[in-house]
Design a protein around this ligand. Structure first.
Ligand code: ADP
Length: 739
C-alpha cells in the first residue's frame, strides 16, 4: 500500500514557455520544503524526464531564490518526441522511481497535461514492465504504486478551461498593449493604419482584450468569425467613417487563427491589402510573434503562479493517492481545483467546435464576460453613436472623479461616455470632482472628445477630495436642478464614496439630490467597500514591482537591506501583493501594525542571514503600517543593529505609484465596470437608487450606497472585510519556507 503522503515530488515546466512559470516552480518548491516533502526540479520538460541524469535535481528553497522577476522558465522547457512514445515514458518512470519520486506537478498547456495524465494512467503497467525487464526491483515498484499528478496551466493564450486566467496571459497582454500604444502614437503622427497580428490559434482572448485595452478600431478573432462576403466592406466602411470624424489612426488587431464564416483565413496581409486598395490607406503590418511570450513577468502572473504553485502542493498533501488528478486555477478571484482531464477535454472541444463552424457554441463556451467584452468592443469602435428610435428621451448623466488619481480613470470615462452616448443619452464631465459640480463646471462630452483616453494615466477631468458640507450640498442640488441632471457616475476613491454618500443623506433637505448615483472604485489603495479590486491598483502594483526589481539588483552588490515604503494609506493590499511578487522577506501591514517583538525577530533573522552569506534583504513597509514604528524608524533600527554585517537603505516609492499609463487589466476592468454603471443609471433612473459597483468573487455586483459606512472600519479607511488578507499565511511560507 502506498503511504498517504507522496515520498517525493517533482516539478516541471513543459510546452510553450510563459511568464509566471518561475513563480509557480518557486512556490511548489517552497511549499514542499515547508511541509518537509522532498522536492526535485526536472529540467527541459519531458525531454529531461526521459533523459534523467542531471536533468532531475533535488531542490532546496535557496535554489528558487531570485527567479520571480525572470521571464520564461529557468528550469527550461522542450518538446519531446520520445515522451509521446511508450518506451520514452517507460524511461521516464524509471528515472522517477530511482529517485523515489511518485508525485508530479506539471506546469504547461493542454498538450503537456494530456501527456502527464497518460503517463499517470500507464504508471502501474510501466512499473511492471520495468520489473520484468530487470530494470527495477519489485520493492522499488511496490513502494510507489501510484503516480500522483497535479496540473497548473502555463500558457499565454488563456485558452484553458478550469481557470479564468492562465499563467502568462496577463504578461502577454502587457507586451501586446505596450506595443499597440507605441504603434498608436506613430500611426497617429503619420495618419497611418496598422494591422497587428497577435498569438491565439483557437483563442481570441489576447486579440480581443488587447484591442479593448489599447483602443483598437477593429478586431478579428477565431470564435466570432467575420461574415464571409461582407466583412471587408463592413470593416472598410467603419474605418472610413472614423477617418471622416477626424480619427488620425486605424488600428486593426488580428488573432493568428482568425478566419471568416467560410473558414477562409483572415491574415494581416489580407487586411493590409484591403485597406490599401479600398481606402488608399498607408498601411503597415506588425507581427508581434515571440515578443508576446517574453519580458518581465507582470505582478499578476507572479502572484497567480505563486498561489497556484502553493495550492498544488497543499492539495497533493491533503488528497488520497487514488484521487482523480486536479487542475489548479483561479475562478472568480479564488484559487480552485477541478478535475484535470475534464478541463483538458473541454478545452479541446472549443477548438473542435470552432473547426466545425459552431461559433455560437464557441462563444458560449468562452463565458459571459468574453461575450460582453466583444459587444463592448464593438460599440467602442464605432465612429459615431447608434441612431435612436423616435420619441427616445435622453438622460443627462454627469461623470466626475474624486480622491487621488488612479490609472484607468480616463479609460473608464471614455467607455462611460461612449456607451452612454451610444444608448442615446447625453454625457457631461464635471471638472475637479464635487467641487466643480458645486460650481457648475460642467461640460458636455461627445464621442470624439474622449478619443485616445484609454491609454492616458492621471485624470483628464481633474479631481478633488471635497466632501460637501451643508453649503456644498445646497450648491450641488442647485446645479443638478439647473442642468437637469438625471444621474451621476463617480469614478474615484474613498473621498468620492464619502461625498456620494453625503449626497444620498442630503436628499431629505434637498430633493434635487434624489438622482441615481453609482460609485466606480478607482483607487490605487484598493481600500473601497463592495469591491475586491479597484481600478488603478494593478497598475500601481506593477509600478512598485518594477521599481523593487531594480532596487534588488542594486542591493545584491552591497550586502544591503532595503526597506521599501509603499502607498496604500490604511490598506495593506499593495504592500502584501508587492511583497509576494518581489520575494520580500517581511511585510508590515496597517491591518496588523508593527510590534517591537516582530522588529527584534527581524533583526535576528537578518543578522543571522547576512552572517551566513546572505547578500540582500528586502522589507516592504506599508505607509500606514504603524504610527510610531514608521519606515524611517525601521531603517534606523536595522542600521544600528546590523552595522557590522549589512547596509540599510530606505526607498520611499511615493507618487510614481499613482502615475503612468494604466495596465491592460485596469483598462479592461475600467471599461467593464463603466459599461455596467451606465446600464445601472439608466435602469434605476425611475427608482433613483444608488450603489457601489465592484468585483466580488470575480463577478460584477452592486452594493447599496447606503451601506457604505457600515461596510468600512470606523477608525480606518478600509473595508471591514478584505479577501486578500487570507493570502498572508502563504506569503509567510514563501518568504520563510523553513520556519
Ligand atoms: P502545450 O503543453 O503547451 O500544449 P505541446 O502540445 O507541445 O505543448 O506539448 C508539450 C509536450 O508534452 C510534447 O512535446 C510531448 O512531449 C508532451 N505531450 C503532448 N501531448 C502528448 C500526448 N498526447 N501524449 C504524450 N505526450 C504528450
Amino acid at each position: 500500500m502506498a503511504e498517504e503522503r507522496p515520498s517525493s515530488l517533482a516539478v516541471m515546466t513543459s510546452g510553450g514557455d510563459a511568464c509566471g512559470m518561475n513563480a509557480a516552480v518557486r512556490a511548489v518548491v517552497r511549499t514542499a520544503v515547508h511541509h518537509g516533502l522532498p522536492v526535485h526540479a526536472i529540467y527541459e520538460g519531458y525531454a529531461g524526464l526521459v533523459d534523467g541524469g542531471d536533468a532531475i535535481r533535488p531542490f532546496e528553497s535557496g535554489d528558487v531564490g531570485g527567479i520571480l522577476h525572470l521571464g520564461g522558465t529557468v528550469i527550461g522547457t522542450a518538446r519531446s518526441k520520445e515522451f509521446r512514445e511508450r518506451p520514452g515514458r517507460r524511461k521516464a518512470a524509471r528515472n522517477l522511481i530511482e529517485r523515489g519520486i511518485d508525485a508530479l506537478a506539471v506546469i504547461g498547456g493542454d498538450g503537456s497535461l494530456t501527456g502527464a495524465d497518460l503517463f499517470r494512467r500507464e504508471w502501474p503497467d510501466l512499473l511492471t514492465e520495468l520489473v520484468d525487464a530487470g530494470e527495477l526491483s519489485q520493492e522499488q515498484a511496490d513502494a510507489h504504486p501510484v503516480l500522483r499528478l497535479v496540473g497548473l496551466v502555463g500558457s499565454i493564450d488563456n485558452d484553458m478551461f478550469g481557470t479564468d486566467m492562465t499563467i502568462g496571459a496577463d504578461t502577454a497582454l502587457h507586451r501586446i498593449t505596450e506595443a499597440m500604444d507605441a504603434l498608436h502614437s506613430t500611426a497617429s503622427s503619420h495618419q497611418r493604419s496598422f494591422v497587428i497580428e497577435v498569438m491565439g490559434r483557437h483563442c481570441g482572448y489576447l486579440a480581443l482584450m488587447s484591442g479593448l485595452a489599447a483602443g483598437a478600431n477593429w478586431a478579428f478573432i477565431p470564435e466570432r468569425p467575420a461574415e464571409a462576403g461582407t466583412w471587408a466592406r463592413e470593416m472598410c466602411d467603419a474605418l472610413a467613417a472614423g477617418r471622416a470624424e477626424g480619427r488620425r489612426q486605424n488600428m486593426v488587431v488580428v488573432a493568428e487563427g482568425a478566419h471568416d464564416t467560410d473558414g477562409t483565413p483572415i491574415t494581416a496581409d489580407r487586411v493590409k491589402a484591403l485597406l490599401e486598395e479600398e481606402l488608399g490607406e498607408d498601411t503597415r503590418v506588425t507581427i508581434l510573434g515571440h515578443v508576446q511570450r517574453g519580458g518581465i513577468p507582470s505582478a499578476f502572473d507572479r502572484n497567480l503562479g505563486t498561489m497556484c504553485g502553493h495550492e498544488a502542493v497543499e492539495l497533493l498533501l491533503r488528497s488520497a493517492p487514488d484521487d482523480e488528478p486536479q487542475l489548479i486555477g483561479i475562478r472568480e478571484n479564488r484559487v480552485v481545483h477541478t478535475p484535470l482531464m475534464e478541463n483538458v477535454e473541454r478545452t479541446k472541444q472549443v477548438a473542435k467546435v470552432i473547426h466545425d463552424g459552431d461559433y455560437e457554441q464557441a462563444m458560449q463556451m468562452r463565458g459571459g464576460s468574453f461575450r460582453e467584452s466583444w459587444d463592448t468592443f464593438h460599440t467602442l469602435v464605432q465612429a459615431t453613436p447608434s441612431d435612436q428610435p423616435e420619441g427616445h428621451r435622453p438622460l443627462r448623466l454627469v461623470i466626475l472623479h474624486s480622491g487621488g488619481p488612479a490609472p484607468g480613470m480616463n479609460t473608464a470615462v471614455r467607455a462611460a461616455v461612449r456607451l452612454a452616448v451610444d444608448a442615446g443619452h447625453e454625457a457631461f464631465g464635471a471638472t475637479s470632482g464635487f467641487e466643480g459640480l458645486a460650481r457648475g463646471r460642467i461640460r458636455e462630452l461627445g464621442w470624439m472628445d474622449v478619443s485616445g483616453w484609454t491609454a492616458f494615466g492621471g485624470a483628464e477631468l481633474g479631481a478633488s477630495r471635497m466632501i460637501p458640507d451643508d453649503e456644498g450640498l445646497a450648491s450641488i442640488a442647485a446645479q443638478i436642478r439647473d442642468h437637469r441632471i438625471d444621474g451621476l457616475l463617480m469614478i474615484g476613491g474613498f473621498a468620492g464614496y464619502r461625498a456620494a454618500h453625503a449626497l444620498l443623506e442630503g436628499r431629505q433637505q434637498h430633493p434635487e439630490l434624489a438622482i441615481p448615483i453609482v460609485c466606480l472604485p478607482a483607487s490605487i489603495n484598493n481600500d473601497l467597500p463592495g469591491s475586491e479590486l479597484s481600478v488603478g491598483a494593478d497598475t500601481a502594483l506593477n509600478a512598485i514591482v518594477e521599481d523593487v526589481d531594480k532596487i534588488k539588483q542594486s542591493a545584491v552588490a552591497w550586502h544591503r537591506c532595503f526597506v521599501v515604503e509603499t502607498m496604500g494609506r490604511d490598506c495593506g493590499y499593495l504592500s502584501l501583493m508587492s511583497a509576494m511578487a518581489t520575494g520580500a522577506e517581511r511585510v508590515y501591514l496597517p491591518e496588523e501594525g508593527v510590534s517591537l517583538d516582530s522588529l527584534l525577530e527581524d533583526v535576528d533573522y537578518l543578522r543571522s542571514g547576512f552572517k551566513s552569506g546572505k547578500r540582500l534583504g528586502l522589507i516592504v513597509h506599508g505607509e500606514g503600517a504603524d504610527p510610531v514604528y514608521r519606515s524611517g524608524f525601521v531603517r534606523t533600527l536595522l542600521e544600528k543593529e546590523g552595522r557590522d554585517l549589512f547596509d540599510v537603505r530606505l526607498a520611499v516609492l511615493g507618487h510614481v505609484q499613482q502615475g503612468g499609463s494604466p495596465s491592460p487589466f485596469d483598462r479592461i476592468q475600467a471599461t467593464r465596470l463603466a459599461r455596467r454603471c451606465i446600464d445601472y443609471l439608466v435602469e434605476h433612473h425611475e427608482q433613483r437608487a444608488s450603489a457601489m459597483i465592484g468585483l466580488q468573487g470575480g463577478r460584477v455586483r452592486f452594493t447599496p450606497l447606503a451601506s457604505f459606512p457600515t461596510l468600512c472600519e470606523t477608525d480606518a479607511q478600509r473595508p471591514r472585510e478584505q479577501t486578500w488578507m487570507s493570502l498572508r499565511p502563504m506569503a509567510r511560507v514563501m518568504a520563510h519556507p523553513g520556519r
